[in-house]
Design a protein around this ligand. Structure first.
Ligand code: SAM
Length: 298
């Protein structure tokens, strides 16, 4: 592989990041513009090192000598698959079971009891985990439901879990986790919701049937069309919108408000705040929690 096609040994140093592959300011801006157009994600130039380190592997795999060649590929119709790979490489998928635990205590003690009562009387309960990554978040919601209602799967209770990244969705559907990963699940729930599985000599823990039945995983781009018709009593969208630019964030909050039932609950990430036109519609309900004001439903 020719890592320096210009033949000038110092040319790579003129890039935004020191390395054997040239990432120019222009390449970075093209990549940032594509990521913004595809996923609403805003990449400031301070993320150049991250872009370099995550995409350099892709360039090497493809035998490309420069980020300019990579930009040409992903900007072209023939590079659509690689454009998806670029998105996957640049999104952050960090997650954990019962992350930001106060949301799950609030669900257990306040939000879920009346909803489960509705389900017991034959009504429907719909919860959306938007930007669900590898499944830890929707499964934590499901585990909380099962702790209150062990036969939840035999009622009309559904958690829709969506993400733009099909690689994490695949892992989420498999529902197999290492022991240290499920350590943050409270002990009685851990035993109730996971079964030990031997995968090629490795001891893993698999989501069991009653938990699996509560959660459906779907690919969905939050800045694209939302095909769901019904509304939700609870929406979790945590640590996703933080990566979007402000106008995109404002639009997403308004769209969530339009998807909530009256008094429906929105839980967001620890460094996120609802902003823009949705602000008067969503009343503060505690740390990073909002309730749709009655009468504000679409
Ligand atoms: C940091 S993870 C957060 C996971 C989980 N919500 C949590 O708080 O633990 C962010 C997730 O948002 C997803 N994401 C980023 N942009 C998205 C978009 N435009 N539409 C849907 N999901 C997106 C990423 O693929 C990633 O899995």
């Amino acid at each position: 592989m020719n890592a320096n096609p210009q033949g000038n040994p110092s040319s790579a140093k003129r890039g935004l990041v020191e390395g054997d592959l040239l990432l120019s300011g222009d390449d970075f801006r093209r990549i940032a513009a594509m990521l913004h157009a595809d996923a609403g994600i805003f990449l400031p130039e301070s993320k150049a090192t991250l872009v370099y380190s995550r995409l350099a592997k892709r360039l090497r795999m493809l035998g490309l000598a420069s980020f300019r060649d990579y930009c040409e590929l992903v900007a072209d119709q023939t590079g659509l698959d690689e454009r998806k790979n670029m998105l996957v490489a640049l999104t952050t998928n960090v997650t954990s079971f019962f992350r930001e635990a106060h949301h799950f205590s609030y669900l257990r003690d306040h939000a879920l009891p009346p909803l489960l009562q509705v389900a017991k009387q034959g009504g429907r309960v719909r919860i959306w985990s938007a930007g669900c990554s590898k499944g830890h978040e929707p499964y934590s919601i499901g585990i909380t439901i099962l702790s209150l209602m062990p036969d939840a799967a035999s009622h009309d209770i559904k958690i829709l879990a969506t993400d733009i990244d099909t690689t994490v969705l695949e892992q989420a559907r498999r529902g197999l986790y290492e022991e240290n990963v499920i350590a943050s699940v409270p002990k009685p729930e851990r035993t109730r919701s996971f079964d030990p599985v031997n995968e090629a000599g490795t001891r893993l823990f698999g989501v069991n049937e009653s938990l699996r039945k509560l959660v459906s995983f779907r690919e969905l781009n939050l800045v694209g069309q939302w095909p769901m018709r019904g509304s939700f009593q609870v929406i979790f969208c945590r640590n996703v919108v933080i990566y979007f630019d402000e106008p995109t964030q404002d639009k997403i909050w308004s769209r969530f408000a339009g998807m909530l039932e009256p008094a429906g609950l929105l839980c967001i990430g620890h460094s996120e705040r609802v902003s823009g036109p949705a602000l008067p519609l969503l009343a503060n309900a505690g740390t990073t929690m909002y309730r749709l004001s009655r009468g504000a439903a679409a």
